[in-house]
Design a protein around this ligand. Structure first.
Ligand code: 5GP
Ligand code: ZN
Length: 143
């Protein structure tokens, strides 16, 4: 895997992209690499990463994200068509507080089957008035 992108020395995904560390490749083009997660939720759990190093989604340019999503859909369709799973979750952890352990932007594609024992988050309830205030706070911030 030849790499013309700058490598962050302390970034394990940069080393995978550079070919210094092996991976089970699922897809590659000039800007994106997809490979199996080493500790899968289910077999076929795939990570989709930009070859250029960005620490997190919040700081990743939109054109890069658009291409990443194209590849996420491609891999997701392969998960379904291959018969590996009946569905899939797409996830991205942004920041340590959200569980991001590798600081190189990546989407997770998690193959899912009914009753596979994996559970997603459990929702909380808003107190009265809180949802209206929170939505207003987010809208103000985006102005
Ligand atoms: P995060 O918690 O940052 O969203 O996800 C990082 C993911 O990278 C984890 O699911 C972890 O299993 C995976 N991972 C960490 N190191 C390696 C590695 O060396 N090779 C591969 N294939 N996956 C890795
Ligand atoms: Zn990196």
């Amino acid at each position: 895997m030849a790499n013309r992108f700058y490598i962050m020395n302390d970034c394990i995904f940069c080393h995978i992209i550079a070919g210094d560390i092996p991976c089970e490749k699922v897809y590659e083009d000039s800007h994106v690499l997809a490979f199996l997660d080493i500790t899968p939720v289910n077999p076929g759990h795939t990570l989709v990463v930009p070859k250029e190093h960005y620490a997190d989604m919040a700081g990743t340019p939109v054109p890069v994200l658009i291409h990443l999503i194209e590849v996420v859909q491609k891999v997701g369709n392969a998960v379904l068509k291959s018969g590996l799973a009946q569905g899939f979750n797409v996830g991205l952890n942004n920041g340590a507080a959200a569980g991001q352990s590798v600081l190189h932007t990546h989407f997770h594609i998690v193959p899912r089957n009914v009753n596979d024992g994996h559970s997603l988050w459990h929702g909380k309830k808003y107190v009265p008035g809180q949802a209206t205030a929170v939505a207003a706070q987010l809208r103000r911030t985006m102005l």
